[in-house]
Design a protein. Structure first.
Length: 334
């Protein structure tokens, strides 16, 4: 398996078609485009409405055809409720407050996409790992309807602890995969061979107003709110990627920004049996959670024969020697 060492970046902040040319250097690579994401999902609710659905699906299919891609991945991660703008005032044009109609509209959109995409193209969806976020997926007819349209389900088995939490826990790794896999395969009856589990190429940090001295530092109340009442970020939690050149600003709070950078430099992997890692930096009052290459190996080896495959977010975030990506590659090669 080749690990990519070069990436294409769009100076405009938009899609760069040269990315596809770079990936096509590997003749057996299958390339799909992801549509949406945590902060890019605003078009889905209006796009899935009956009057817009056909045109929206045609746009996605047209993009796949234009760039001769192998499939489409739909990242409407939190239909019904839970997206980034879920608590903005209702009169804000970016607001996406609770709407139960999203669930049935999502199924109808996926059915339309399956209809207009050529049979040779794959279709997948990214779905939440946390039960509290599975609002749209708590109805058997919705799950079965989606399952009939997709080739695989991408479980976002990362960010399990996020800015909506204030009690320390692992954000990714074996405990998270165990929990999420059981829900989707056992409770929601998704064929495990249609499931892809995910690994983050980043650590998450949370500033705490109290100390957490347990080992590992789990189930501690952080004493902080990481989200304002309108759902926006307070700046007291965030991420740090292994590709340190991308860590340009950890927090809008100047002193905390410096503290996070210094703490991240002291982060080190620990030998443990959990398949996930956590550390409390008492000097800076920061809780850290991440997956080491050893955690990835442990998790991958436990699931490689059960599921369709492994995924990451994202390729360009690993460090220069690619220890985390290599752990996945080595595991899958057996």
């Amino acid at each position: 398996m080749k690990t990519w060492t070069s990436f294409e970046y769009a100076t405009s902040g938009e899609f760069n078609a040269n990315t596809i040319a770079t990936l096509r250097q590997r003749s057996n690579a299958k390339i799909s485009a992801s549509f949406g994401g945590w902060n890019l999902d605003l078009p889905f609710r209006p796009g899935a409405q009956p009057e817009n659905r056909a045109a929206f699906a045609a746009k996605i299919s047209g993009f796949v055809e234009q760039f001769q891609l192998d499939g489409a991945d739909i990242d409407w991660e939190f239909p019904v409720d839970g997206g980034q703008t879920y608590h903005l005032d209702a009169d804000n044009p970016h607001s996406r407050r609770t709407n139960p109609d999203d669930a049935t509209n999502f199924v109808a959109l996926m059915e339309e996409l399956r209809r207009v995409l050529p049979e040779t193209k794959t279709l997948s969806i990214a779905v939440p790992a946390r039960h509290v976020d599975m609002v749209a997926y708590n109805y058997p007819d919705i799950v079965s309807g989606l399952d009939a349209t997709v080739d695989y389900w991408k479980l976002m088995t990362y960010d399990f602890m996020n800015r909506r939490d204030n009690v320390s826990t692992y954000h990714a790794g074996l405990p998270v995969v165990d929990d999420s896999f059981d829900i989707y395969s056992t409770q929601k009856h998704i064929d495990p061979k249609k499931i892809v589990v995910g690994f983050p190429m980043y650590a998450k940090w949370f500033y705490a107003s109290s100390t957490c001295m347990t080992s590992p530092p789990l189930n501690c109340n952080m004493g902080m709110e990481y989200e304002f009442p309108n759902g926006t970020d307070t700046g007291y939690s965030g991420t740090a990627v292994w590709n340190t050149g991308l860590n340009t600003n950890f927090s809008p709070h100047t002193e905390l920004n410096t503290a996070v950078g210094q703490s991240f430099a002291r982060l080190k992997d620990y030998d443990n049996d959990a398949g996930a890692s956590a550390w409390f930096d008492a000097e800076e009052s920061l809780f850290w959670t991440w997956v080491s290459s050893a955690d990835i190996t442990k998790t991958c080896e436990a699931y490689r024969d059960k599921v369709r495959g492994m995924g990451v977010w994202s390729l360009n975030q690993d460090s220069a020697t690619f220890p985390h990506l290599s752990a996945i590659a080595d595991c899958l090669k057996g």
